[in-house]
Design a protein around this ligand. Sequence first.
Ligand code: ADP
Length: 406
Amino acid sequence: MMVLVINAGSSSLKYQLIDISQQKLLAKGMCERIGFEDSIHTYSKADGFREETVLALHNQVESIDAMLKMLTDPEKGVISSMNEIKAIGHRIVHGGEAFNQSMLIDNEVLEVLRQCIDLAPIHNPANIMGIEACRQEMPDIPMVGVFDTAFHQTMEPKAFIYAIPYEMYKKHGIRKYGFHGTSHKYVMKRAAAMLGRPVEELKLVSCHLGNGASICAIEYGKSIDTSMGFTPLSGLAMGTRSGTIDPALISFIMDKEGMTIEETNTYLNRKSGVLGISGISSDFRDLLKASGNGNVRAKLAIDVFAYRVKKYVAEYIGIMNGVDAIIFTAGIGENNSLVRKLVTDNMDYAGIKCDPAKNISDTGKEMDISTDDSPVKILVIPTNEEMEIALEVERVLTENKTTQRA
Ligand code: ADP
């Protein structure tokens, strides 16, 4: 079954066509600078073919058209007609409390999604636009929404309630939601496969360390706590995001620097994190290079990043009363052996022992980097959010058919 996975942003649209019966990627692409006269459509196939086209894509509908034209092109395409696509999976950032699992998209679901816009004012409108564009261009193909927040809906109130007056939760939905759920879920399942044990038996700490970064405590297949919160700004220090800071700092900085609310938001979301500490870059490759050349602030940025990851790992082992495996995933987690070393060093008290000979960078493969006698396994697992979305689409459609028959 061919599943098209769509990730629609405010000025971009990423897509992947996946043959889910073989769990194989056939083609993928990205439309960028949507709304400009010189938009860019990048397209590539599993066989290595790649093409970049500059064209005017005024909106999501025109981007979907460009995508379909490429996918069905007699020479460059991978399918002969749009009818070969059996379902579409949409990545949706925020499902609020309304969605604790992936949903078949109908008018009712779309309406609830619109009600969640307040919670993700930048991302959700773009996701909705992507859904509407697909509906217009491919009206007969079923669509499933897969939410970044859904996996964390299993958290108990003691984990998701902030210690501010309870009315704020009731009035404005202020609580911890958590993000990166699709990635945490995917690597959880891969970890279980690597360990040869069912998820229902496992305690895992999943470290999704990319430009945006979050950690998740997964007990017996369920997220019980995670480092991001009401928004993806809290928790770890990230590429450009501050992560958790003393909340009193916000009014302090606004007062001292004469910043508006919007400027402070930008400051914490785009100018902070390892970029803010180092003053050099948000990219870990640049930081590693600079630190290697003796740059003290680049080294400090890496140290702050890894120290926070380590603290969350220890905290989550604490609340779960143990752990079977620590998972490292996303750009930094998958590729950066130094961060993995800094996080796992001196954790033998918890049965975590990293083998330096196995902890190598840039393999692009699933690896167990713990010593043979380490009671806790340390797993490096490349994440694949699109594959997880396609798997969810297949699951939802199958369950839906079964319910309809019953
Ligand atoms: P996002 O999807 O949130 O934009 P990614 O998961 O792509 O982020 O991760 C981006 C981060 O991964 C960057 O800091 C980048 O430097 C880091 N990264 C990617 N490849 C490597 C590598 N080979 N060595 C070290 N860091 C890497």
